[in-house]
Design a protein around this ligand. Structure first.
Ligand code: ADP
Ligand code: MG
Length: 322
């Protein structure tokens, strides 16, 4: 007998990513199976939430591995919690499937459960419909009242930092269709960065009391930093020779453009008062994560980028902010 909508929810989601562990028992008063999920938010905290939609052929390639898709979809969404300094709580999944493919669902739900446990969120509800493959995931987290990181707090004189390295995921796009046996080590590294981004949750959490503004890099450093300066009413200066570029990306030859304009890395870009430089060095050490100073905030508007010779450099794509 073909699986019903109820069977799918029960088998693949309620008993997988929706299984409430002891760690979430205090938060989830009611999870999958009722009209609404009921969550208890820690006393004195605010609810932070964000939703992301992924459409086949737009946000991921056709016939993409269901396991990679599940992890990537949740990582991308949880990255918004990281950028806001949230403690992760829960998520919902609205899933549209063209057919009921039990193998696909099995792989997808197992990887989703694994990623949920890794990121500290639990699936508390959703919707299952038929149509072209697409999904919306909504994540929820919390932070002490008034402490969520916003894009709007950058101040004149602040330093600009970037976590990890940028540009890798964009460079991976060129190798997405290649047969695995034809890939070299650099291409394998770049592809892993595209397929399995790491939401910087621990960093975001620690930045609550350090950063004045933060954003996760989904559209490229130039575009995302521009969001910070626009809503903060300030200008940014980027020193391109300081951008954190992985050795693999360096060897592709298109490193600066990928690092500035390529999205999908899900690293954090954040601003901190210059007086906190030493605290960032300590944080980088304790998280074992590169936190690289790439520029500073000044009065004015827009973004200016300087290359190693101190020449003004225009990010690719006709960026119009200066
Ligand atoms: P309703 O008709 O009240 O919207 P549904 O029949 O759509 O409820 O869903 C039944 C229960 O299963 C609800 O608790 C809903 O949140 C949950 N659910 C449905 N689809 C999913 C899914 N893809 N992932 C997780 N939970 C789901
Ligand atoms: Mg429904």
């Amino acid at each position: 007998m073909p699986a019903t909508e109820f069977d799918i929810i029960q088998r693949y989601f309620r008993e997988g990513a929706g299984k409430v562990s002891d760690a979430h028992a205090k938060t989830v008063r009611c999870g999958i199976g009722d009209d609404c999920a009921v969550l208890a938010i820690p006393a004195g905290e605010e609810l932070l939430l964000s939703v992301d939609t992924l459409v086949e052929s737009v946000h991921f390639p056709k016939a993409y591995s269901p396991a990679l898709l599940a992890r990537r979809a949740l990582a991308v969404c949880v990255s918004d919690l990281a950028a806001s300094g949230a403690s992760p709580l829960a998520f919902t999944l609205a899933l549209t499937l063209p057919v009921v493919d039990e193998n696909w669902l099995c792989e997808f739900s197992a990887a989703l459960a694994q990623a949920a446990s890794e990121f500290g969120v639990v699936l508390v509800g959703g919707d299952t419909t038929r149509g072209p493959l697409c999904m919306s995931l909504q994540v929820m987290g919390s932070a002490p009242a008034g402490q969520a990181l916003l894009r709007s707090g950058a101040q004149i004189g602040d330093l600009i930092y970037v976590s990890g390295s940028v540009g890798d995921a964009h460079a991976a796009l060129a190798c997405l269709g290649q047969a695995p046996q034809n890939l070299n080590d650099d291409q394998r590294y770049l592809l892993a960065r595209y397929h399995a981004p790491t939401p910087r949750l621990a960093l975001g959490f620690k930045l609550r009391n350090l950063a004045t503004a933060a954003i996760d890099i989904s559209d490229g450093l130039a575009a995302d930093l521009t969001h910070i300066v626009n809503v903060s009413g300030v200008a940014a200066v980027l020193n391109l020779q300081n951008l954190p570029i992985s050795p693999a990306l360096q060897r592709t030859g298109d490193a600066i453009d990928s690092a500035l304009s390529g999205g999908d890395d899900y690293e954090l870009c954040f601003t901190v008062p210059a007086s906190r430089r030493a605290d960032i060095a300590v944080l980088s050490e304790s998280l074992n994560l590169a936190l690289t100073e790439v520029g500073y905030i000044e009065a004015g508007s827009g973004l200016r980028c300087y290359d190693a010779q101190q020449n003004l450099y225009s990010p690719r794509g006709g960026y119009q902010h200066f």
